[in-house]
Design a protein around this ligand. Structure first.
Ligand SMILES: Cc1ncc(C[n+]2csc(CCOP(=O)(O)OP(=O)(O)O)c2C)c(N)n1
Ligand SMILES: [Mg+2]
Length: 519
């Protein structure tokens, strides 16, 4: 068989059964091989950022990689921002990048570029297959690299002639090592810190933001009085009624500093020591309070939940986790205007059990965590790498990975525009995704940053770069044009009615919720 077919048979044998694809001529033999191996589901994405973001969403939910099929360096480049977010999420993800035939590269044909350089910036593992006889083993190694804790983007570069040449055979899956257990003495050392009587914060991130980690962290916090916090942008946070709550560290450094102040010890469980998102003149970049010692209980590649559970058994043997109470916000008055706050109340009131939320609501989403804290249990996926344009594709992948669950994409207008073609895939694949666009017609957060930079009275040229007006963006028309039924909501009642209907019907929907920008 040819290299392409051996690759695809190897992938399915390794548990990779979805390929979010934007192919070109160099990948055409892979496309042909998909026909021969129906177990690998090809999902067409109309922009590479929509494919890589979908593979990220799939990997976060499935815990195993999807493939993203990309066309040479330019295709990989288009997909790079969401591969960056995937790297930050430590998502297992396989990028397959087609390249010119080995003997064609010397001609420097128009699509020739330095694929390794691009791939290296986001990948934990990069390999170029040299011969069709090697492809299968390379593919198995790529999947293993993607799956190796804590999870990574693995990029396999596939020259066209390696794809089309015969002499290949599928290869078996390779074993993947488990997350490393944290040694007992390290856990005991942290337990002594927790018992010191000095103020402690337990900061949970990475794999710790799933139920077993949260349960153990909750026991530890109750028994020792340590304050419990979560990293600002978790890849996947389980939350809602019945799940111990994890309050996240704020995005704004001023607020995060307030949350961390007074701590004498900061204990990291799968999280990194907190830093300010950006540098600001005259401000500290590290958010670790002065005089606070940092203790690493578990690195992201370690068995974070196991370490938390062992620590809980030491310091909180008889303590039970404290689950969040079931609680929904009351629906605000129907005729009331929509704001980020009232929209959050509607979403909190209606969020279905088992929902997966892809949260890229940005400033308009400020009220969402509180409004949904007591909703039925759900998963919350956040913008791990700060590269906007993640939310709609992430929803694609989450929905493909979890066909029995409802996906809610809560999406800011500016961010939505980066990877809008994801909507077409929502329709093409009939995915159960409801998208709410928070249409504040601005890059509101950058307006806030402009104020923070002391340019409060900037007008004209500066504001012009931050307003999404002249023309207004018509998301209803855009969504409808890609096959996603859509409506616009200007009041609480309109949002509630549209959301109820969207959640009750199968397939994708979009609601443009018109909200004012934060002042
Ligand atoms: C890939 C990428 N490009 C640019 C930016 C810079 N950026 C940060 S926020 C933002 C605008 C966000 O606007 P919107 O998504 O509408 O959210 P809002 O601030 O209005 O809540 C931009 C352009 C970024 N973070 N990532
Ligand atoms: Mg906006």
């Amino acid at each position: 068989m040819n290299g392409a077919e051996a690759l695809i048979r190897t992938l399915t044998g390794c548990g990779v059964d979805v390929c979010f694809s934007n192919p070109g001529t160099t990948e055409i033999h892979l496309v042909a091989a998909l026909d021969a191996v129906p177990r690998l589901r090809g999902v067409l994405c109309l922009f590479e950022g929509a494919a890589t973001g979908a593979a990220d969403g799939y990997g976060r939910m499935a815990g195993r990689p999807a493939a993203a099929l990309l066309h040479l360096g330019p295709g990989l480049g288009n997909g790079l921002a969401n591969l960056h977010n995937a790297r930050r999420a430590r998502t297992p993800l396989l990028a397959i990048v087609g390249d010119h035939a080995t003997y064609h590269k010397r001609f420097d044909a128009p699509l020739e570029s330095d694929i390794e350089a691009l791939a290296g910036s986001v990948s934990g593992w990069v390999r170029r297959s040299a011969r069709s006889a090697d492809v299968a083993a390379d593919a198995a190694a790529a999947v293993a690299a993607a799956m190796t804790p804590p999870g990574a983007v693995a990029t396999l570069i596939l020259p066209a002639d390696v794809s089309w040449s015969d002499g290949a055979q599928p290869a078996p899956a390779l074993p993947v090592r488990r997350p490393a257990p944290v040694p007992g003495p390290a856990i005991e050392s942290v337990s002594r810190t927790l018992r010191s009587g000095e103020p402690c914060i337990l900061l949970v991130g990475g794999p710790g933001t799933r139920r077993p980690g949260l349960a153990a962290a909750s026991r530890i916090a109750q028994a020792t009085g340590a304050r419990l916090l979560g990293e600002t942008f978790p890849a996947r946070l389980e939350r809602g009624a019945g799940v111990p709550a994890l309050h996240r560290l704020a995005y704004l450094a001023e607020l995060a500093s307030g949350q961390l102040s007074g701590a004498r010890h900061l204990i990291l469980a799968g999280a990194r020591a907190p830093v300010s998102f950006f540098a600001y003149p005259g401000q500290e970049g590290s958010l670790v309070p002065a005089g606070c010692d940092v203790h690493v209980l578990a690195e992201p590649a370690d068995d974070v939940c196991g370490a938390l559970a062992a620590l809980a058994d030491l310091v909180a043997p008889d303590v039970k986790p404290l689950p969040a109470e079931p609680e929904r916000p009351a629906l605000p008055p129907e005729g009331g205007g929509l704001t980020g706050e009232s929209a959050a109340a509607v979403i909190g009131a209606l969020l279905p059990e088992g929902a997966i939320v892809s949260d890229e609501a940005n400033t308009a989403g400020m009220w969402l965590p509180r409004a949904t804290a007591g909703a039925p249990p759900h998963d919350w996926l956040t913008l791990t790498g700060g590269a906007i344009g993640q939310g709609l594709p992430l929803a694609t992948g989450a929905a493909v990975a979890s066909p029995d669950r409802t996906v809610l994409a809560l999406e800011a207008d500016g961010s939505a525009m980066y990877t809008l073609p994801a909507l077409w895939t929502h329709a093409r694949e009939a995915l159960n995704i409801t998208t709410v666009i928070f249409s504040n017609r601005s890059y509101a957060i950058l307006g806030m940053e402009l104020d923070r930079a002391g340019a409060g009275n900037a007008s004209g040229a500066a504001r012009n770069l931050l307003e999404l007006t002249r023309p207004d963006i018509d998301f209803v028309a855009l969504a409808t044009g890609m096959g996603v039924p859509a409506s616009r909501a200007r009041t609480v009642g309109e949002l509630a009615a549209s959301l109820r209907q969207a959640l009750a019907e199968p397939g994708p929907h979009l609601i443009e919720a018109v909200v004012p920008p934060l002042a």
